[in-house]
Design a protein around this ligand. Structure first.
Ligand code: GCV
Length: 702
């Protein structure tokens, strides 16, 4: 009897406890029996023919997902014959009934003769269609009158891992690297497959497995075997592997005297290396390169330019189906210059000089993944060079895995910005998806937030950023709300009120974070080095552009970086229409104000408050809003798994404390310049600036 009780307890516990490992692919039994039965009637079998590995994966995923959701075993058969009530998977190049063409990875789901058809032009398309159908079920949508056609808007949809050979992750906050290099290629952690499943389910089709601050080891035969073992696991999920390149590898690995991209021996070395790579990874995707940036070597070390370096690699890749993604993240330590302008100055003159296999990968904004940045001026300025959008999913400047920041609104804000490159409506999204300039190849990359933590992303809510990136790389027209809604239903709960509460909370989270850390466009004032917590007072660092006073420029008159014609004139890198919006304090939208203007503390803003009062108000209301977030989260307790609930509640409590830390640090520090009181109804911080400053030292273990 006692044993039975324990077994029952264990069963109950395991049925409810959720450690977040399954991400949005939970497939728990649908609670509503009627809905379950309706779905089950349409899913009595899965028909698929042939033994293509991706199709086999697709059928297996569908079977496992359906079984979990409807609670019935569903057979996979090879030929449906006259049977009805099932799901038929097929590769089909026939045009759709509605005339909508499928591109290589697109899919179509339709109902005919009492069957559901999932068709793709390629096997990968079928796999994406399968996950789309499962999503319909997970979000409790009808599946009997489906007519869904969907094509990815961008071709290369990649995660970039900043993972090192020693298992650490640069800017990783969810444990150590997923890749156990020391065990590979012999042992394959089962997690590799789950990683591939998660990515395929949101349309990601490539992964750069190593840090852009790249180790030369990845160009050795030993490491290529390890990478090949990963590629073998990812392949049935339609995911290709890419590598970050250490530019001087011909010297360090190859023993040559130089890595000059125009040197014939160097070129031959790369051609041979690429041949070797393809001999072990036949579907290798290509290279990602960080060169002449933050101390990483590059072609400029040999008097060459970025195009020389990129084109050399592209030529080595010419016989194969691989590309080069060359990053534009460059800036020089110039005390008189403006880091904002650096990438444009180096890359704009090279437009038209890149090999057709090269894409230039550009961060969403000109500085470095701040909570809000104006779109990068290179978007719209490189009509002859395909530009890959680089977003950062890992929350380097967004509170690590402690602060809840749903990033889809940030991604959307950039994608929907109008560059006016070809007149009104020339959005960044249209640059990236190739429709504006007619790029032949297109891409979007997300710096991964995954790690060895059981729930993959440290903060459970961080999973939503991985999810949102994949969904937007597939279709940038999806709204942040739709994506949040899907993710919540698939990951946390289907209870309608709770879904709404959590979705609202997510949608407001980025604005809340911006308010208590970087209101009105102030930027780059976080803790030095680790990029956590506030440190606006930092005025000593090895480079001028690593000092925070360089960015905020607070003085007795005001605060902000004048990037208009009276200042650095970074604004001149944008089209006249964009310049017009941002060039005066009166027209510049408040979220971007201090990005472009040095604004007097006493300046009357359109909110009716002076700049100082508005600045302080945002810090206070932002910090107060975290309490609101906690209250909202408390309300969903009955609808969410207890383990996940507690985990998020705990992180919100830390966030609340740290929001006040940010607020106190910034209002006390900037008050020294503004010399004005904290406006009513807010109370001045209880601690002194010196006390707050010490907190940064504690966090940074200085
Ligand atoms: C991989 C920022 C980060 C670095 C990162 C770099 C980059 O500077 O702090 O850790 O290096 O961006 O994107 O290359």
């Amino acid at each position: 009897m006692k044993k039975l009780l324990i077994a029952l307890l264990l069963l109950t516990y395991s049925a409810h406890a959720d450690d977040g490992y399954r991400l949005w692919l939970k497939y728990d039994l649908i609670k509503d029996a009627a809905r379950r039965d309706t779905y089950a009637r349409s899913a009595q079998f899965i028909a698929v023919s042939g033994n293509n590995p991706i199709l086999t994966t697709a059928a297996g995923e569908l079977q496992a997902g359906l079984q979990g959701l409807v609670g019935k075993a569903i057979p996979i058969i090879t030929n449906a014959g006259n049977r009805t009530g099932g799901i038929i998977l097929s590769v089909s190049t026939a045009p759709n009934a509605d005339g909508q063409a499928l591109n290589n990875e697109g899919y179509r789901i339709s109902n005919r003769q009492n069957n559901i058809f999932i068709a793709g032009k390629t096997e990968a398309g079928v796999l994406y269609g399968v996950f789309a159908l499962l999503r319909q079920l997970q979000t409790q949508q009808p599946i009997t009158s489906l007519n869904l056609t969907s094509n990815p808007k961008v071709q290369y949809r990649l995660l970039n891992h900043w993972d090192n050979v020693n298992g650490t992750i640069e800017r990783g906050y969810a444990g150590s690297s997923l890749w156990k290099w020391y065990e590979l290629p012999e042992r394959l952690d089962p997690r590799y497959r789950d990683y591939a499943r998660a990515n395929a389910s949101i349309g990601i089709n490539g992964t750069v497995v190593n840090n852009v601050n790249a180790s030369p080891r990845f160009m050795t035969g030993e490491y290529l075997q390890k990478v090949a073992a990963l590629a073998n696991v990812f392949r049935p999920y339609g995911i290709r592997v890419y590598l970050s390149v250490y530019f001087p590898a011909p010297r360090t690995v190859g023993g040559l005297k130089t890595a000059d991209p125009l040197d014939p021996e160097v070129r031959a070395w790369w051609a041979n290396k690429v041949k070797e790579i393809y001999s072990v990874i036949p579907d290798f995707g290509g290279f990602l390169v960080k060169a002449n940036s933050e101390g990483e070597p590059g072609p400029q070390d040999y008097g060459r330019n970025h195009a020389d370096g990129a084109n050399m690699l592209a030529e080595a890749l010419a016989p194969y189906d691989g590309v080069v993604m060359w990053r534009s993240f460059v800036y020089k330590a110039d005390p008189k210059g403006d880091r904002f302008k650096a990438a444009y100055e180096e890359f704009k003159p090279l437009d038209g000089q890149f090999n057709k296999k090269v894409l230039v990968q550009v961060k969403n904004g000109p500085i470095d993944f701040q909570v809000r940045e104006p779109f990068h001026p290179l978007f719209g300025a490189m009509p002859q060079t395909p530009l890959v959008m680089e977003f950062q999913l890992t929350q380097e400047y967004l509170g690590f895995a402690t602060h809840m920041v749903y990033e889809a609104p940030l991604f959307k804000e950039t994608l929907e910005s109008d560059t006016y490159a070809n007149g009104k409506g020339s959005t960044v999204a249209k640059v990236v998806d190739g429709s504006l300039h007619g790029y032949q190849i297109t891409g979007m990359a997300g710096v991964a937030n995954t790690g060895s933590d059981r729930n993959w992303t440290g903060h459970t809510m961080g999973q939503a950023n991985w999810y949102a990136f994949g969904r937007l790389a597939w279709d940038h027209t999806l709204s942040s709300e739709v994506i949040a809604n899907e993710w919540v239903q698939m990951t946390l709960t289907n209870e309608p009120k709770a879904v709404k509460t959590i979705t609202d909370l997510m949608l407001r989270s980025r604005e809340v974070y911006a308010s208590y850390t970087n209101p009105l466009g102030v930027h780059h004032i976080m803790g030095y080095g680790i990029h956590y917590g506030p440190e606006p007072w930092l005025d000593k660092a090895p480079r001028p552009d690593w000092r925070h006073t360089y960015y905020h420029r607070a003085d007795s008159v005001g605060i902000g970086f004048d990037r208009t014609a009276t200042g650095s004139n970074a604004l001149s890198q944008y089209t006249p229409e964009v310049q017009k919006q941002w060039s005066t304090m009166e027209t510049c939208p408040l979220p971007y104000l201090l990005w472009f203007h040095h604004v007097p503390w006493t300046k009357q803003l359109r909110t009716g408050r002076t700049l100082w009062d508005e600045f302080v108000t945002r810090y206070y209301t932002g910090a107060d809003s975290v309490r609101w977030m906690q209250q909202q989260w408390a309300q969903v307790k009955p609808a969410v798994d207890p383990e996940i609930f507690e985990d998020v509640a705990g992180r919100l409590a830390v966030q609340q404390k740290e929001a006040i830390w940010w607020r106190d640090a910034c209002v006390l520090y900037f008050q020294q310049f503004a010399r004005r009181p904290i406006p009513a109804p807010f109370k001045k911080p209880e601690r002194t600036l010196e006390e707050v400053k010490r907190l940064v030292d504690i966090y940074q273990m200085r």
